[in-house]
Design a protein around this ligand. Structure first.
Ligand code: ATP
Length: 357
């Protein structure tokens, strides 16, 4: 088994000190999430070799790019980097821009790869256009394609959607999700958008003032109730479900290990995976099944632990639904009334779920 990604950096800038020691998976998307100024970009720059972190260590599996006696310069690291603003050459059309990324690929496979990557990112029909005639989202997709065509060992993305308006963000996210499914290289993705985290992350690192206050699989970190400030009112988990069947009244049934969730009708076939976000504020608790309720979704769960939130009178309760975590945000009064405590069996009523696609 490979050792994954090891990244240990200490950078002292006086007013700001980055001090992280991260073990990240060498597949999937690891999101670095935190407030402005928490050190996300500095980590990415240190990984790329753009920032010196004396005494640091950075390795992907057996490939060591930085340790006590080595510092591989940026141009010798097999990385793809995508910044907030797409950096395409304005005087070259999209095809020529992409060909720039092909220098490390054996000549025989180049056309094939260019075509595949352009199709994956939905820009195959734009290859003859200059960047000036593309929308912001299309330009960013071309920049991602160029970074991928360099056959990197790792893709570093620094808020690639930040410069786009909401409509363009929504347009590009499905391409990123597709990339997520189809790529075998690790992606380190800087973001401060909870929506991007929920849609794209496999692994999540929470940063605060230069330190990693949590790092783990997406739901392990999202379901921590001791990190109240991180997501504040957005606290919640992500469920990976599959479509289980259709019901009358235009309802689709989704299945996850903790039970069944019903949502407004979806057109996809049975078996299609769907990621959904369940906000803690949309989950309430009952001790017995509630037949007289308009809420369609109710699953059995055990209380794991509970903690106060930033809002007076409100508590976060962590639940275990057959191994899947779920969070509920309820009032302190309800905690007292129902005697909510670790180990208690409850019914979790899910008022709504947000489907992430
Ligand atoms: N070249 C530099 N010299 C000195 N300080 C810097 C430099 N670049 C960034 N900083 C400071 O280092 C800290 C971390 O910056 P960084 O850009 O890594 O944060 P970030 O989490 O990526 O923020 P944002 O979300 O706003 O991009 C900030 O306090 C910033 O002001």
């Amino acid at each position: 088994m490979s050792a994954g990604i090891q990244a240990r950096f200490r950078i002292d800038r006086g007013a700001f000190c980055l001090d992280v020691d991260l073990a990240l998976p060498d597949r999937g998307v690891s999101v670095l999430f935190g407030h402005s100024g928490s050190g996300k970009t500095t980590i990415l720059r240190a990984m790329a070799g753009l920032e010196r972190a004396p005494g640091g260590h950075f390795a992907i599996g057996e490939t060591v790019w930085q340790d006590a006696d080595r510092f591989t310069p940026v141009h010798e690291r097999e990385i793809g980097v995508v910044f907030q603003e797409a950096t395409l050459f304005p005087h070259l059309n999209v095809r020529r821009n992409l060909e720039f990324g092909l220098r490390r690929v054996p000549a025989g496979t180049r056309c094939h790869r260019l075509k595949d990557v352009a199709e994956m990112l939905g820009i195959a029909h734009l290859l003859d256009r200059p960047p000036g005639q593309l929308s912001g989202g299309e330009r960013q997709r071309a920049a991602i394609a160029r970074a991928l065509l360099n056959t990197p060992r790792i893709l570093l993305m620094d808020e690639p959607l930040a410069a786009l308006d909401l409509k363009r963000k929504r347009e590009i996210l499905p391409y990123l999700e597709r990339m997520h499914r189809e790529l075998s290289i690790p992606v380190i993705y800087v973001s401060h958008s909870p929506e991007e985290v929920a849609r794209l992350a496999d692994h999540l690192v929470l940063l605060d003032e230069g330190r990693a206050i949590a790092s783990g699989t997406l739901n392990t970190v999202l379901s921590r109730i001791d990190l109240p400030a991180a997501f504040a009112g957005d606290a919640g988990v992500v469920l990976d479900t599959v479509i289980d069947g259709q019901e009358e009244d235009h309802i689709t049934r989704l299945r996850f290990p903790g039970g069944v969730i019903r949502v407004a009708q979806r057109a996809e076939p049975v078996g299609t995976p769907l990621r959904c976000r369940v906000h803690a504020r949309n989950v309430s608790l009952a001790l017995v099944p509630q037949p007289q309720t308009s809420i369609l979704n109710c699953v059995s769960a055990l209380v794991v632990d509970l903690a106060p939130t930033d809002t007076p009178g409100q508590m976060l309760v962590r639940l275990d639904c057959a191994g899947e975590p779920l969070l509920a945000r309820i009032t302190e009064r309800s905690v007292r009334k129902l005697e909510i405590r670790p180990g208690l069996a409850v019914r979790a009523q899910i008022k709504s779920v947000a489907l992430l696609d």
